[in-house]
Write a protein that binds this ligand. Structure first.
Ligand SMILES: Cc1ncc(COP(=O)(O)O)c(C=O)c1O
Length: 462
């Protein structure tokens, strides 16, 4: 840490922030009497705030982003060098880092061939939705335009992406939404909707998607958009049998499978992409956060050649191509950072580390659940873990949100930043979330779960 970080050094910054910054995702009334948090510096797994206080970051920049950790000079250098050579040109032309990263990415995604660059997860998902709509117009007289999304999934913050939003609290007060987005049930067996378990449950949850397709008429349904592991909706790992059946259903009704890898993509679950854990063959994949670990803004929509070819089959028709642009999709900093980010993951063996440290985190959380009855279920894949808190294990009554937030606050006071589902699902914002950087060590994981242990003891014995 820079030894100059002392409370008073930054008091002017704190004032400017309090006076002028509209922070994301937060009620500002408390800032009338208290100071907003300002994160000043980061190195490895740790960040320092305006008071010089050190925190172990168990959520990779708050929202599952900084996969390779803070302070990576090699990424900064790669971006700097690229910016001096060429910072920008619109995406109607190519760039050296754009083509280089696309080739490297496609190498990790057998079956997929084309990369469309933009800047955020929401935007990448919007592009996918637009492609589905255009394919419907080009091929099916506009009929096959409906997009299915799942209860508890999230695909972004724009009105289009919220129209595919399965989190009712997140969507509340922002409607009306775009038509043609249809919800299918979630697949969380812990909050079971059918009296089945294991693989039978997984197949039943997927069959529920087929029921929706049949009710809507298959010739009106163009795509199904799913997270491989639901993130902000409660870290939901799919039950056995689910994905195989989902894939069959999409094939049967000629429905494009769009996987939202904005959180899981580029290593988070211990494979390059979350869907690769489940043998899925998607038609479209979107990704953002971990692609460049937050060192530059970049998002990608990756498609098969079959999807791509639908947009170049009749060059004599002036409307027959994907008539879309993302201005900042032409920034070269994104792919320059992404190339170096991917090299780091490969050279440092971070996928293997993610599997090993993810297993340790699940083991530690399971040990905590022996001690703390408030933990109803531990879930996770790689370094993407959740612990759902319940007041009563038998009834699965969700723990009150105030107490869940008190656990997060207690960890923060201990210098460990963890997350919790927040303004996502009415009455069900009760899952603690852990997504430390893929560079986590065993000591880091133990420090995180020790802090949770202490927080649970304090909050629930008070
Ligand atoms: C699964 C998923 N998709 C899409 C998004 C939206 O990404 P962005 O905030 O980059 O627009 C998020 C953001 O948290 C996400 O979790």
């Amino acid at each position: 840490m820079d030894s100059n970080i002392r409370e008073n050094d930054l008091s002017k910054i704190v004032d400017a922030d309090r006076d002028h910054i509209w922070h994301h995702l937060i009620q500002h009334k408390p800032f009338e009497t208290g100071a907003p948090r300002i994160i000043v510096e980061g190195k490895g797994m740790r960040v320092w705030d305006q008071n010089g206080k050190e925190h172990l970051d168990a959520v990779s920049g708050g929202v599952w982003t900084v996969n390779v950790g803070y302070g990576r000079e090699s990424i900064a250098n790669a971006v700097r060098d690229q910016l001096i050579k060429l910072n920008y040109f619109a995406g109607s032309a190519g760039s050296i880092p754009g083509a280089t990263f696309a080739e490297q990415l496609i190498d990790k995604m057998p079956g997929l061939h084309r990369v469309y660059y933009c800047n955020s997860g929401s935007e990448a998902n919007e592009k996918a939705f637009k492609m589905v709509r255009q394919i419907a117009h080009k091929r099916y007289g506009g009929k096959k335009h409906k997009i299915l999304y799942r209860d508890r999934d999230y695909h972004g913050t724009t009105i289009g992406a919220l129209s595919a939003g399965g989190q009712d609290e997140r969507n509340a007060q922002y409607g009306p939404f775009a038509p043609g987005f249809i919800r299918v049930p979630h697949c969380l067996e812990y909050r079971a909707q059918w009296d089945l378990t294991g693989e039978a449950y997984g197949k039943r949850a997927a069959d529920a998607i087929e029921e929706v397709i049949l009710a809507e008429c298959p010739d009106t349904v163009g795509a199904l958009c799913l997270e491989p592991v639901t993130a902000g909706g409660g870290v939901i790992t799919p039950p056995e049998g689910y994905w195989e059946r989902v894939q069959e259903i999409c094939k049967k009704y000629d429905i494009l499978l769009h996987i939202d890898e904005v959180v899981c993509g580029v290593g988070r679950t211990g494979t390059w992409f979350g869907y690769q854990n489940y043998g899925v063959k998607p038609d479209m994949v979107t990704m953002a956060k971990g692609v460049a670990s937050g060192y530059a803004a970049i998002a990608c929509l990756v498609t098969t050649d079959d999807v791509f070819d639908m947009f170049k089959d009749d060059a004599s028709d002036p409307m027959n191509y994907f008539r879309d642009i993302s201005t900042f999709g032409g920034c070269t900093a994104g792919p320059a950072a992404a190339i170096e980010n991917m090299r780091i993951i490969e050279d440092e063996g971070l996928l293997d580390n993610t599997l090993a440290m993810g297993a340790r985190m699940i083991e530690n959380l399971n040990a905590l659940s022996e001690k703390h009855a408030i933990i109803g279920q531990v879930r996770g894949k790689g370094l993407f873990c959740g612990a759902e808190l319940v007041s009563d294990r038998a009834s699965k009554e969700p723990a009150p949100e105030k107490q869940v937030q008190a656990v997060v606050a207690d960890c923060m006071a201990q210098g460990v930043i963890i997350g919790a589902t927040n303004r996502s699902l009415p009455g069900l914002n009760n899952t603690l979330c852990f997504s430390p950087a893929l560079i986590s060590s065993a000591d880091d994981i133990d420090q995180i779960t020790d802090a949770v242990d202490q927080a649970l003891t304090r909050v629930f014995s008070a």
